[in-house]
Design a protein around this ligand. Structure first.
Ligand SMILES: Nc1ncnc2c1ncn2[C@@H]1O[C@H](COP(=O)(O)OP(=O)(O)OP(=O)(O)O)[C@@H](O)[C@H]1O
Ligand SMILES: [Mg+2]
Length: 256
């Protein structure tokens, strides 16, 4: 049975989709059996970021009970399997987000990792992603509004009795950021990954690809690769033996 990881964090535009894509791809590059599902029904971006902006079938049709989830799977050119969303407004009409949980359970029979890209906010769609998963990665930026929003996601996750895999601090810059220590003491949880702000992310996005695929040697890609190693090290079936305590320290401090 696989594990479903929800990439969440209630603030918008903080890097949830970027993290979902790069974590999924990094796991895939380590020969893991992984699928990436877009659970942002109002603003699905996975397909847009990966060059499948308009697909005839998507998670929307699955959650409208029109098709089976297998029919909505697409292969990104990297080889990563994705279930994108439908960008048209009308596709939202019959979507029932509470059906996501059953679909994710089905995927867990065939895939070791189901990475779920959650919507922003704490509405029905983001709740459905939290309910469908086993563990939550809480994404935030090193600034107060993002950290306070993360706290809400953490509280709801705890109320749902879901495990928090850790905090992923994205878009870290050199100046004016909150420190890791401040963030950890506010949230009472460890920051397991620090992803730097890096132009390569947008460069890759403009080429409809993931930064870990196009620019594997960039700092940001190395950080995402360490995150996937961390996730593998936490997994009982882990086949990745490369993750060491040194990696753990580097992961936490966002070092190369
Ligand atoms: N580490 C990074 N360095 C530079 N830009 C980044 C980084 N991570 C994300 N971005 C950029 O920030 C923007 C928002 O990222 P993304 O779409 O992943 O956020 P999100 O949390 O999924 O947003 P939404 O809440 O709308 O779903 C994108 O343009 C993306 O390219
Ligand atoms: Mg997103």
């Amino acid at each position: 049975m696989g594990k479903a990881i929800c990439v969440s964090g209630s603030k918008g535009g903080i890097g949830k989709t970027t993290t979902s894509i790069n974590l999924a791809l990094s796991l895939f590059n380590k020969k893991e059996n992984v699928i990436l599902v877009d659970a942002n029904f109002t603003s699905p971006n996975v397909g847009i970021y990966l060059g499948h902006p308009v697909t005839p079938k998507s998670i929307h049709e699955v959650l409208s009970n029109k098709i089976k989830i297998e029919e909505a799977m697409y292969l990104h050119r990297s080889g990563l399997k994705i279930v994108p969303g439908n960008i048209s407004l009308s596709s939202l009409e019959n979507v029932n987000p509470s059906r996501l949980k059953t679909q994710v359970s089905r995927l867990k029979k065939d895939y070791d990792w189901v990475i779920i890209d959650s919507a922003a906010g704490l509405g029905r769609e983001s709740m459905s992603a939290l309910e469908a998963c086993d563990e939550v990665l809480v994404v935030l930026n090193p600034e107060l509004p993002s950290v306070t929003d993360a706290l809400k996601t953490i509280r709801i996750t705890q109320e749902l009795n879901k495990e928090i895999a850790g905090i992923v601090l994205t878009r870290k810059r050199k100046k004016y950021d909150m420190s890791i220590k401040e963030i950890e003491s506010m949230l009472e949880l460890p920051v397991i990954s620090v992803i730097p702000e890096d132009d390569y992310v947008r460069k890759a996005q403009s080429r409809r690809d993931a930064v870990t695929n196009l620019f594997p040697k960039s700092k940001v890609s190395k950080s995402y690769n360490r995150l996937s190693s961390y996730m593998l090290a936490q997994s009982p079936n882990s086949r990745d033996t490369e993750f060491t305590w040194r990696d753990m320290i580097k992961t936490i401090f966002g070092l190369k």
